[in-house]
Design a protein around this ligand. Sequence first.
Ligand SMILES: [Zn+2]
Length: 400
Amino acid sequence: MVAERAATDAGRVRQRNLAAVLRLVHESRGVTRADLTRALGLNRSTIGDLVGVLVEHGWVDERDDGQRSGVGRPSPLVITRDQWLVAAINPELDVIDIALVSLGGEIVARRRTAVDRPGVAEVVAIVARVVRELSAAHPEAQVLGAGVAVPGLVRRDDGYVRLAPRLGWSDEPLAAPLAFALDMPVAAANDAHLGSRAELTFGAGQGAASVLYLNGGPSGIGGGLVIDGHPVDGSAGYAGEIGHVSVDPRGALCACGAHGCLEALVRRDALSAAVDLSHPDDDELDAALQSAVALEGSEGPVGAILSEQLGWLAIALRSAVNLLNPERIVLGGHLAALWRAVGEHDRHTVLAEALPVTARDVRIEVAALGAQRLLIGAAELAWDALIADPTEVPLRPIAP
Ligand SMILES: [Zn+2]
């Protein structure tokens, strides 16, 4: 009995160590064995053994051109392999964005399919077809799971969409029918949460332990929060809805039914209209706002709209900074375009009224992953379960 339990415990420790090695390789997109030894506090032969298991199962490869560690031999570099992929899915009002993503958060293939306020059944049918077609184009790899970034409130446990107002979805199971259609595990979560995860792991949040991420998309403004390295989901997964923080009690009616929410006042369509664009992507909006300001100066009509919107954003950020004490704030989507288009002077006013001790060290940055952040975040969700148990996948075929 005791021996059996000891064996199970040893198996569990080994699985945990394998997962820790794989996660580090994934997040660093390649790391030396020496760095793994240091980061995980395990001895060299244990690391060698764990890396060997990951190589056998097709997760990683080793290369000999790693950095020299001290005076000894160069430490082999452990790099990700593209044998196992996940599908990442982001349904929006007008487009379903689907990608295959490799370990290390790299998009291997991507397709955007135009839609018009799709229902869940339409999303499932399109995703099933597109994932099949993209997989067929990569016969050397296998898709193991999928993650969905949903512009709405999603129940964490089962990927059930409670409310996605602009898609017109309420109480729609999403992950379950997708898992059935794709014949693989599917997880779903709020798009802003996933964008914040992607930025934290691979983008503008890298290296910061407490980050507030605000995502401005066609469906409104969502938020993601990491405090002391821990993603904050709330009791059922709905935390971070900074778009519905009140910034003007007498303000415009919001899609949620309340008045003066941040997302009812800081609006992507108002920014787009100011530069005569309809449905621009993030990069087009960003470029148009900057050239308008360059042309007419910050005192012109576009500048006035930017200042007004930045003022509303500042009210929400001041409260968030006082409440949460983040070290970094990352702005994505049209909020990034807004931030980049306003002048240095306006930026300095944003946290001017926050508590000085809290505001002093906060850095505000724009998202680094651009239009890919939601897909990379959705992929992270899919990788979670796979990385947690790396030996669940078949052994890698022996190379000829
Ligand atoms: Zn609202």
